[in-house]
Ligand binder design. Structure first.
Ligand code: SAH
Length: 218
């Protein structure tokens, strides 16, 4: 009970420290326990606004303010079908599940083999397992089975929006991705049917690079 109060209090404080957020995003971040997704040794830092190392690979779990930005840009709503490229520890995917409940689905594709397995165990524990699936693979090369997707959220830095993603995008769907090189990217939202133009350019960001199965893409 004390532990429960403790993480909820810390999650609430962290969310308040992030400034004005979309209220639904803020609520989801108060409800999904980030400490369940970080390595046990780092659980005490789970509610600080900082990236944390993943237990496998050389990647990190994005800082909460960046996760909040990705979620706000994705404009999630109940029932949407979502693909995440680079699902890592599964934290963003769990938040997406919360924001698309009760019927939305999330397919996460992750290159580092140990990570989807661990992410699956976590969402099972949290009761999201029927709506969130984690798949091992190169997300520039494969997607999940529950497309076409209303939203594609890319969580690793990419030079391009791969044709594969656009082919699996549902009508009126959007792709949110950090586009740039290894030194920095800008968050981009692609919406093919937007009368103002397909691309919305957002803030600068720094994600780990998308790697092709054999070599870094950027
Ligand atoms: N939202 C994730 C962020 C993980 S960091 C989270 O909450 O944990 C980005 C992830 O992208 C890393 O786990 C990295 O291994 C993965 N990645 C890099 N290139 C990839 C590719 N081609 N396909 C799938 N995942 C990739």
């Amino acid at each position: 009970m004390t532990r429960e109060l403790d993480w909820r209090t810390r999650a609430g404080r962290m969310v308040s420290s992030l400034g004005t957020l979309d209220p639904r995003v803020a609520q989801a971040m108060r409800e999904v326990p980030r400490h369940e997704f970080v390595p046990v040794a780092l659980a005490s830092a789970a509610y600080e606004d900082t990236p944390l190392p993943l237990p496998a690979g050389d990647a990190t779990i994005s800082a909460p303010h960046m996760v909040a930005l990705q979620l706000e840009w994705a404009e999630l709503a109940p029932g949407l079908r979502v693909l995440e490229v680079g699902s890592g520890c599964g934290y963003l995917a769990a938040l997406v599940a919360q924001l698309t409940a009760p019927e939305g689905t999330v397919d996460g594709v992750e290159l580092v083999p140990a990570l989807p397995h661990e992410a699956r165990r976590r969402v099972e524990r949290l009761g999201f397992a029927d709506r969130v699936r984690f798949i091992e693979g190169d997300g520039s090369d494969r997607v999940g089975e529950r497309g076409p997707y209303d939203r594609i959220i890319v969580s690793c830095a990419t030079r391009q929006l791969f044709p594969l993603w656009l082919r699996h995008l549902a009508p009126h769907g959007t792709v949110v991705a950090p586009v740039g090189d290894a030194w920095g990217q800008e968050l981009v939202r692609y919406r093919e049917d937007d009368p103002l133009g397909p691309l919305d350019r957002g803030p600068r960001c720094a994600f780990v690079p998308l790697r092709r199965a054999l070599s870094p893409d950027i």
